[in-house]
Design a protein around this ligand. Structure first.
Ligand SMILES: *Cc1c(COP(=O)(O)O)cnc(C)c1O
Length: 468
């Protein structure tokens, strides 16, 4: 038995994997990874895979990055962890100073959680609690966009909108208000992104006019709806939203968990709209993809609403055990150093241009409805019928064919349904981008060649992170 097969067998005896119909692994091999090096992951049989999706969008500077490794090692020698209530430590103070510095003006306080979903819970609770502290406890609902994704915990799921997924748990969810997404894939033919995004704002304006009295906050994924299929929109929507939230007395929560740290072409997506949200939630690339951590940045106004004598019971009594873990802070500090010292945002412009040119031919493919891009995220939408943009039935699992082909060719290219996308580490080379484009083109040809595809497991439940 190969080493891969051995590890797979031991794994399947005891593990239950995330976002996976485990029965799929009767046919789909699980890939045990032995080591990572830059953009490459290597399995136990020595095969290498180019990590085109940054291991679920976290890894920006490559696996085993020497500078991040070094910083974590140094931290390990002095302090691995201490609770953050009543105590503090150098890396968390330094990181907070740096985050306040590099985010838009006005975000002056940082609260930590230990994963993205928990960060969303913090922002939702803080927002509602702010209104309670201001004598408006009726402001308890959240406005969210259709096709949103904000995480897996129950409140985060409530503000998300992946129909088949959330339907199962409907009985558990908060009652949120959904507004149609400015998703530019759905714009009328011939219309530009900006005009469509502006037009779509009318529904948001109307919702706020009607419901502001009972709304705590609007929550959005700025510029890219990631798990919803890398759907994109124009920054004007965020500019209009900021202005409307101010006018109606509603908080604005930016979930930049996926898009923060350079993915959209600027360090943070809100920069492109020229705005400061009331809450900015960061995670994923925050630690360079090394350790779980989330940061929720907020304003002096929000902070002040909680600052009082203990007996008034206005404090935010929310805690995650691993809040502000020093090793995660060290990884984040090393990551921020690389952004600063290597002029990453500027360098990424050439890589983004290469991603565009390497995939431009796919726009002409008979089963590709759109190739879209925002900065270092590029998505290719496979469809059954190009003219009408008719999607493939999810049961056909076309994306899975691309995934499997890519693995054979040495690339980790895990699609979202029928959307093939590149979200690579920023240390990728132009030649490696060309390789990915070649592999994706072959995979799309294979996946769209036959009129129907037999699903691997017909009982498979479709899901936002599932390649099928
Ligand atoms: C991944 C993601 C989350 C959830 O983060 P976890 O760390 O997986 O809990 C929330 N929002 C967005 C936009 C994400 O992409």
């Amino acid at each position: 038995m190969s080493l891969n097969a051995e590890w797979m067998q031991r794994d399947l005896a005891v593990l239950w994997h995330p976002c996976t119909q485990m029965k799929d692994h009767e046919r789909l091999p699980l890939i045990p990874i032995k080591r990572g090096d830059g953009v490459w992951l290597e399995d136990f049989d020595g095969k290498r895979y180019l990590d085109a999706v940054s291991s679920w969008w976290v890894n920006v500077f490559g696996h085993g990055n020497p500078r991040i490794n070094q910083r974590i090692r140094e931290q390990l020698d002095s302090l691995e962890h201490v609770m953050l209530a009543g105590f503090t430590h150098a890396p968390v103070v330094e990181l907070s100073e740096r985050l306040v510095q590099i985010t838009p003006a006005g975000l002056n306080k940082v609260f930590y959680a230990d994963n993205g979903s928990s960060g969303i819970e913090v922002a939702l609770k803080m927002s509602h609690h702010y209104w309670i502290n201001h004598g408006q406890p009726g402001k308890k609902r959240f406005v969210t966009l259709t096709n949103s994704y904000h995480g897996e915990t129950v409140a985060a799921m409530s503000v998300g909108d992946v129909a088949l997924f959330t339907d199962t748990y409907k009985a558990l969810l908060l009652d949120t208000i959904k507004v149609p997404s400015p998703d530019c894939y759905l714009r009328p033919a011939g219309m530009g992104w900006e005009e469509h995004s502006r037009n779509m704002f009318a529904a948001m304006e109307q919702t706020l006019a009607e419901h502001a009295h009972e709304v705590a906050a609007v929550i959005v994924e700025p510029l890219i709806q990631g798990a919803g299929g890398m759907r994109m929109y124009h920054p004007i929507y965020l500019t209009l939203l900021r202005e409307a939230c101010d006018r109606y007395g509603v908080h604005l929560i930016h979930d930049e968990i996926a898009v923060g740290f350079g993915r959209t072409g600027t360090l943070f997506a809100c920069e492109q709209a020229g705005i400061t949200p009331d809450f900015l939630v960061l995670s994923k690339a925050l630690t360079g993809g090394y350790l779980p951590m989330a940061a929720v940045l907020t304003t002096d106004d929000v902070y002040a609403a909680f600052y009082d004598d203990y007996a008034t019971l206005r404090a935010f009594l929310h805690s995650h055990t691993y809040t502000g873990n020093p090793l995660a802070c060290a990884a984040a500090l090393a990551t921020l150093d690389i952004f600063r010292d290597d002029n990453v945002i500027e360098a990424n412009k050439a890589l983004a241009a290469r991603m565009a040119s390497a995939t431009a031919h796919l726009a002409e493919h008979p089963h590709v409805a759109e190739v879209r891009q925002t900065g270092m995220a590029l998505a290719i939408e496979m469809v059954q019928d190009k003219a009408s943009k008719t999607a493939y039935p999810w049961q056909e699992r076309r994306g899975l064919q691309v995934y499997q082909h890519a693995l054979e060719r040495g690339a980790l290219l895990r699609p979202l349904g029928s959307v093939v996308y590149f979200l690579p580490p920023y240390v990728i080379t132009p030649e490696q981008i060309d390789f990915l484009a070649e592999v994706a083109t072959e995979g799309i040809d294979i996946a769209t060649r036959q009129s129907t595809r037999v699903s691997v497991a017909s009982d498979l439940y479709p899901n936002h992170r599932d390649p099928g």
